[in-house]
Design a protein around this ligand. Structure first.
Ligand code: HAM
Length: 410
């Protein structure tokens, strides 16, 4: 028997319905903020991701050579692709651009609860607005999208300027190594790396930065930074907007493209893989041949949200089982069409079963049986049976439809 690839999942109809119901809440949050959905290819030139996405992601990428000898990668995230698309298709569009996506990503990671090789992200990218309120809007949208799902989580907001100021004397490569340790909260590795660089003294300040709870405390450690006003404005706007968050200037983020504000969210019941959202301000467009446009965005790990929510019960369809005889078939087809035209889920027997067997099946799978034999067909009526109460009546199709709809809306 052939099995699915490691780290991937199959979704049966119940699970797909649950996923779609939660997905719809996130999309709806995007819509309310004016973010319009975009879509990009599942695979891209490998270079798109190697340019700036960071060591971690590069090691986890699915890379292959296509028949033309080009190196291609399954997308490990969507941000780089969205910015490539912006440069290809929408460079001259009025700013800011508010885009969102719901898309699958691929990372060759060791699978465990909440960590998959194929997973879905709901994300947003705000392109061309370089202000404190733009940073704050992206955080507000992430918070709304997550809160709409009902997941319990907490939000941490930071800014890279503090850390970068402490690390400013290090080369870019060294800065990235240090920040990778911080991202993984690997303080032991951090100390070793800093010792190798002869910068032991930085370890204390960097871990103290992660403990600061106000911008003021962080300025004391990192010195006054040019971004001071921007950080204060952004936290002021977040406070005004009622978003619940805590500050954490130890957030480093695993991807290399971030430049300023960064944020992460964590669900309470997920164990080790509990980060359900990550994002921040970044610059990528200039690397892909565009102008140096400021952008800001986030991606929510949709699968982690689903794991955290547990058993999701989406609104159930009302189901009409069309139970019919040979003589009634033509009328039954017309009735099924009429039910479906009114948005009702109508299922006809496909097994050439007798009326009794069809009724038995309907009572297991449907809310109503719509019985159509010769007598009903001749009279232009159906016998509508409520399979929960057992109540049954002869009705013209329009009245039966109204009855089923009223049941669905109760
Ligand atoms: P990221 O932090 O790499 O950021 O991923 C975002 C979210 O995707 C994570 O917080 C996590 O919930 C989920 N995720 C990551 N890897 C896996 C996995 N293997 N299985 C399940 N879920 C996973 C980004 O991808 C950036 N593009 C976010 C962004 C958008 N920054 C700016 N704009």
């Amino acid at each position: 028997m052939i099995q699915k690839p490691r780290g991937t999942r199959d979704f049966l109809p119940d699970e797909m319905e649950a996923r779609r119901s939660v997905e719809a809440k996130m999309r709806e949050a995007g819509r309310r903020f004016g973010y319009r959905e975009v879509s990009t290819p599942e695979f891209e030139d490998t270079e798109l991701f190697t340019l700036r996405s960071g060591e971690g992601i590069m090691q986890e990428m699915y890379v292959f050579e296509d028949k033309g000898g080009r190196s291609m990668a399954l997308r490990p995230e969507i941000t780089a692709a969205v910015i490539r698309m912006y440069i290809n298709e929408a460079k001259v569009a009025p700013k800011p651009l508010r885009w969102c996506y719901f898309a699958d990503c691929f990372r060759y990671e060791r699978p465990q609860k909440g960590r998959y090789r194929q997973f879905w992200q709901f994300g947003a990218e705000l392109i061309g607005a370089d202000t404190a309120i733009a940073d704050a809007e992206v955080i507000m949208l992430a918070a709304d999208a997550l809160n709409a799902t009902g997941v319990t989580w907490d939000l941490r907001v930071g800014h890279l300027a503090f850390m970068k100021n402490l690390l400013k004397d290090l080369e870019m490569v060294a800065q990235r190594r240090v920040m990778a340790h911080l991202d993984k909260k690997d303080f032991e590795g951090l100390e070793t790396t800093l010792a190798d660089m002869g910068k032991e003294d930085l370890a204390g300040s960097l871990s103290a930065l992660a403990e600061c709870r106000t911008p003021g405390e962080a300025f004391e450690i990192a010195g006054t930074i040019p971004e001071k006003e921007r950080v204060e404005q952004m936290t002021g706007i977040l406070d005004e907007s009622g978003v619940l968050y805590s500050l954490n200037f130890g957030i480093a983020r695993g991807l290399d493209y971030y430049t300023g504000m960064v944020f992460e969210g964590f669900a309470q019941n997920l164990g080790a893989e509990n980060q359900i959202v990550g994002g921040g301000a970044y610059r990528l467009a200039h690397l892909f041949g565009g102008d140096d446009v400021a952008s800001c965005g986030f991606a929510i790990g949709f699968d982690r949200v689903m794991v955290s929510l547990g058993d999701v019960q989406p609104a159930k369809d009302t189901i009409a089982g069309i139970v019919y005889t040979n003589e009634g078939r033509s009328f039954a087809l017309a009735v099924a069409r009429a039910f479906r035209a009114e948005g009702i889920r109508a299922e006809m027997d496909l097994m050439e079963r007798g009326l009794g067997a069809q009724m038995a099946h309907a009572s297991k799978s449907a809310d109503f049986a719509v019985v159509i034999g010769k007598r009903e067909a001749d009279a232009g009526q159906v016998t509508l049976k409520n399979l929960h109460s057992g109540e049954q009546k002869a009705l013209v199709p329009a009245a039966a439809i109204a009855e089923v709809k009223a049941y669905g809306a109760r």
